[in-house]
Design a protein around this ligand. Structure first.
Ligand code: PEP
Ligand code: MG
Length: 558
């Protein structure tokens, strides 16, 4: 009898729905310096070697930028500039003059720079990861090791990595990457958020991922959380057919959000940096969260009222006949801005941030409201709503509403991101027209777990019943009013059903997540959503799996 090898199936956590079959391309681990540092015979030649390694890194980044557009290209070009930073070269050459070999000099100089960026915190700290990438690439070139970072095999592939860092996300080319498998990561890790926002199948926490080598064909099942190595042709065919069916079914999902029994649930986009016309081309009912920080970042001074008015007008125009929900500047903590500084803080996440910034810099908010009101007047056919981030009390909600209305804005809301605001949502709602729940921050403050810390993914899990109980409280307080969710939680189709069951009336998410959310909603009645919400709320802990079992098979089998 003919012997067939049993299928080798690696198991992990289902992290992004759908499936794909493609060869593996591994993200190479960062190079490490050998124990023995070689001596330097000719320091001038050594400096030249270091210069040309960094120039090679910069040129490579630019070449990759040339094949992309928009934000992704801008990020790569900015990173190339960093690789050519004269101060960085000077420090490397200084180290070589002190007899360090080129790779060691690069390590030292980049390390010093990174420390400075990390100490600055927030946005600059995120650039530290870009600098680490430059360092690793230059060292790999100098030591003749495989290039670290995202692989580019030139064809469709399954990306296999230890884990994905935020800095990797923007560079991911979704025309080539068909699925993501990582060895590390929990149910809410950055990789999961990324995969969902890109609409890619993903398996995380897959301990066997280490054995996957470049070029090996794998079948990834992002619903079951499995990775089959060298799948038999019929298995590969089944996964491909299912992925194809999923694509076709989701491509058919269009129009406004509705439950099966016709209850409207607005499906909106999270937007920020990027082309407004491109954002408007997505099938959505508008924008549920416009992160206006993009207008303020990377600047020494705030944008003028005229500059802001122009940017908002272009965006409102692109969303003619739809809704745009503008969030006023959310400065501080993970989004620091030099001109919105509020003094030294040991715990910036608990400090003067979000709406609180206006206590110190009232003009920033006043100017922004003036600009939004002016742009609204210029675009009568767009329904513009304005909300403030990080509001904690009814008094703050009242204060913001008064300022916004005095500026001429008619629809005013606040974000619910702090447990205090969720607990007294009814009182906040007596001052404003709508609320939008920011589950990213609400999870952080409910569980006392820093959202920027990778070490506590279980506590930040949006399926935590304590978080859902607060959302239910907001849903109850808001009956008959607009209660949105604009945090990452809205991107998970199963959690979206639970949120609707808790009283949420609109969901705002990254564009690729919308079709699956729309599809899931259309297959459940409001009553069924309530039943799923009870399953999640009453569970002893995060209960995605239990909700998955209780949801409609047309959704879970897709
Ligand atoms: C949130 O906190 O959930 C949110 C949507 O705001 P941001 O992620 O921009 O803080
Ligand atoms: Mg927030």
């Amino acid at each position: 009898m003919e012997q067939t090898n049993p299928a080798r199936v690696l198991e992990g956590i289902a992290a992004g729905p759908g499936g794909a079959v493609a060869p593996v391309a591994r993200m190479a681990a960062p190079p490490s310096l050998p124990d023995r540092e070689p001596g330097v015979a000719d320091t001038e030649a050594e400096k030249e070697t270091a210069r040309s390694a960094l120039e090679g890194v910069a040129a490579d980044l630019e070449a990759r930028a040339a094949s992309l557009d928009g934000e992704a290209a801008a990020v790569l070009n900015a990173q190339a500039l960093m690789a050519r930073d004269p101060e960085l070269s000077r420090q490397i050459e200084e180290a070589i003059s002190a007899d360090r070999a080129a790779a060691w000099a690069v390590w030292e100089a980049c390390g010093r720079y990174q420390d400075l960026l990390l100490a600055a915190g927030g946005y600059l700290a995120e650039r530290a990861a870009d600098l680490a990438d430059i360092r690793d690439r230059a060292i790999a070139a100098l030591l003749g090791l495989p290039m670290p970072g995202l692989p580019d095999p030139g064809h469709a592939h399954v990306l296999v990595a230890e884990d994905l860092a935020p800095a990797d996300t923007v560079r991911l080319d979704t025309s080539r990457v068909k699925a993501i498998v990582t060895r590390l990561g929990g149910p809410t890790s950055h990789t999961v958020i990324l995969a969902r926002s890109l609409g890619l199948p993903a398996v995380v926490g897959c301990s066997g991922a280490d054995e996957l080598t470049d070029g090996t064909t794998v079948a990834v099942d992002g619903d079951a959380g499995t990775v089959e190595v060298d799948p038999a042709p019929e298995v590969a065919e089944r996964v491909r057919a299912r992925a194809e069916r999923r694509r076709a079914v989701l491509a058919e999902s269009s129009g406004p959000g509705r439950t099966r029994d016709g209850v409207p649930v607005s499906l909106l986009l999270n937007a920020g940096e990027g082309d407004p016309e491109e954002a408007a081309a997505h099938d959505s009912e508008g924008i549920g969260l416009l992160r206006t920080e993009f207008l303020f970042l990377d600047r020494a001074d705030p944008p003028t009222v005229a500059e802001q008015t122009e940017a908002y007008t272009r965006l409102f125009r692109a969303f003619k006949d739809r809704t745009v929900t503008v969030r006023t500047l959310d400065a501080g903590s993970d989004k620091p801005l030099a001109f919105a500084a509020t003094g030294e803080e040991d715990n910036p996440a608990l400090g003067v941030r979000g709406f609180r910034t206006s206590r110190v810099h009232p003009d920033l908010l006043a100017d922004q409201l003036t600009a939004i009101a002016a742009a609204t007047r210029a675009c009568e056919d767009t329904r513009v709503r304005v909300m403030a981030p990080m509001v904690s009390t009814a008094a703050e909600a009242g204060e913001f509403a008064a300022l916004a209305r005095a500026a001429g804005i008619t629809e005013v809301g606040v974000m619910i991101e702090v447990p205090a605001a969720a607990l007294l949502a009814d009182r906040l709602l007596s001052h404003v027209d709508f609320v939008s729940i920011g589950t990213n921050d609400l999870a952080q403050y409910t569980m006392a777990a820093d959202r920027t810390l990778g070490a506590l993914p279980d506590l930040l899990d949006p399926w935590q019943p304590a978080l859902l109980a607060l959302i239910q409280r907001v849903g109850d307080a808001g009956r008959g009013r607009s209660v949105g969710v604009c945090g990452e939680a809205a991107a998970d189709p199963l959690l979206a059903l639970v949120l609707v069951g808790l009283g949420v009336t609109s969901l705002s998410t990254a564009p690729p997540a919308l079709p699956a959310v729309r599809y899931a909603l259309a297959r459940h009645t409001e009553e069924e959503c309530r039943a799923l919400a009870s399953v999640a709320l009453d569970a002893p802990g995060p209960a995605r799996e239990a909700v998955r079992r209780a949801a409609h098979p047309e959704v879970t089998d897709l």
